[in-house]
Structure formats: structure tokens, C-alpha cells
Design a protein around this ligand. Sequence first.
Ligand code: FE2
Ligand code: FE2
Length: 279
Amino acid sequence: MKGRITVICENTATFKGGIGEHGFAAYVETERGNFLFDTGRGEGLILNLLKFDKDPLAIQKIFLSHGHHDHTGGLASILEVLRGVDILAHPDIFSVRYNISRKDGKEVRRYAGLKFVRPYLESLGGRFILEKGFREVTREMFLTGEVPRKNSFEKGDPRLFAEKDGSLIPDPFLDDQSLVIETPRGLVVLLGCAHSGMINILNWVVEKTGQEKIFAILGGTHLDFASPAQVEETLKTLRKFQVEHVGVSHCTGLKAAARLISEFGEKFFFGMVGEAMEF
Ligand SMILES: [Fe+2]
Ligand SMILES: [Fe+2]
């Protein structure tokens, strides 16, 4: 199908207006309706939707890439507008999660999970449709569900933890999923943070759809937190997919983005607030 994706929440705003925030959200317009993928951190969602003439009331479904606060923080504000909408996600979005790092020899622990409890979101009209697997959300549009981790070079971010049975474990991010759209020019893959690894995701998408042509990838790649060796291995493998548009941003970080620009040239664009891509 044909359509357009507009980045609504992202870390950086431009002359186009809107506000930047650490987070990600995108508005997906298609022949089969309009959808919201992630909701940013919370401050910019409604403001930026209106700024870019994206009608919040036209959102038919909300898709969540994972439970991190910078992708789910706008849920309450959009539910207050919509008063009843399906939210498609993986059951682990409700995991208790932390970002744990060290500063001056001391542990710094930040809560990183969903900042609303489920009953509150349901009281605002959110209808959670939680599934673990690959699923069709409308004709020619899919959510990847859990992504098998098959390669050896895509390692998880060592600062990210989740609670399991009362103790903290490296966050398995089983809830990390991407949106896939079949278009006449190939597949469009919309990433949240790609915690399962961008290459693992693309391989899974090819396996599940049976289509090898990837027209565009857009969203967060988490390469900002990957080792230089992992970034290089990712780029080497990404080249084989012959992607026509690489619109990554958010947790891609400027260093990895610079590498992507040198690698992909004109095919690269930084998916900042207000950037739109037609397919
Ligand atoms: Fe993120
Ligand atoms: Fe994340």
C-alpha cells in the first residue's frame, strides 16, 4: 500500500517547528487508515501532531515498539484525546525496567519502564491487545512480535535491566518489535529502539514476509550504545539489504549517524521531528 510516515517525536527539532524530546513516535498515514507508532516521552506528542497537521482523532490504532518510557510516555495524553482505542503491543511492555550506570564510582539507577499502570490507561479508554508473535494489523501491515536473536555481533545494551522474579536481569526486550509495511517499492520497516538488533529485525522481517526488498528503514537503532565493532558489523550487513532510504535517528546517536551518512550518502536522512517519508 501507499502512504506516508511522519516523525512526530524525536530528540531533535528543526526549522520546521515542533519540540524535540528524548523519545520516538511516528504518524503513519495509509490508504487503510492512520496509525500511531509509539508516543514519545510525553511532552511533545499532541503539540507536534497538531503542528504538523496530523489529526490525533484520526488515529485508528496505536502500536507500541516496547515499554520504555521514551516510547510510551505520551500514552495518557493521546488516550485523553481518543477516549477509546486499541493499543497493540507485547505483554512485556509492563516490565519494571531500569537504566543502571556508574558515575564517580557510584551507581546511578533510573526507572526506564512504562510510567503509567495498566488500569489507569484502561480507564482512559486504552484497549490493550497483547500478543507475542508476528501479526497482521491490517492488510499489508504487520508487527514483528518477538524477534529471534540469531547473530553473534548484536549485543544488548549492558546498562538496561528488567525485574524478573524479584531480581534484576539484563533486559531481554522480548517486547521489542517493529512495524512492517508492504509497499510497491519494497518493505518499510519502522523501528522503535531496535533493542533486538537492527539486523536481527531485518532478517526476521524478510523471513516472515518472504520479501527481500527493503525500501526504507526509519526510527531508532540503538547504535549509539553499541561498540565500534558492532556498528561496523551492522553497517557491513546492512549494505547487503540494499535499502533505498535509511532514516534512522533517536538512539542511533550522532557518531553512528555520521558513519551511516558516510556509508549511505544520499540514501541517509536523519529522522528528526517533522521529517516525512512517502512510500
Ligand atoms: Fe528509545
Ligand atoms: Fe528503548
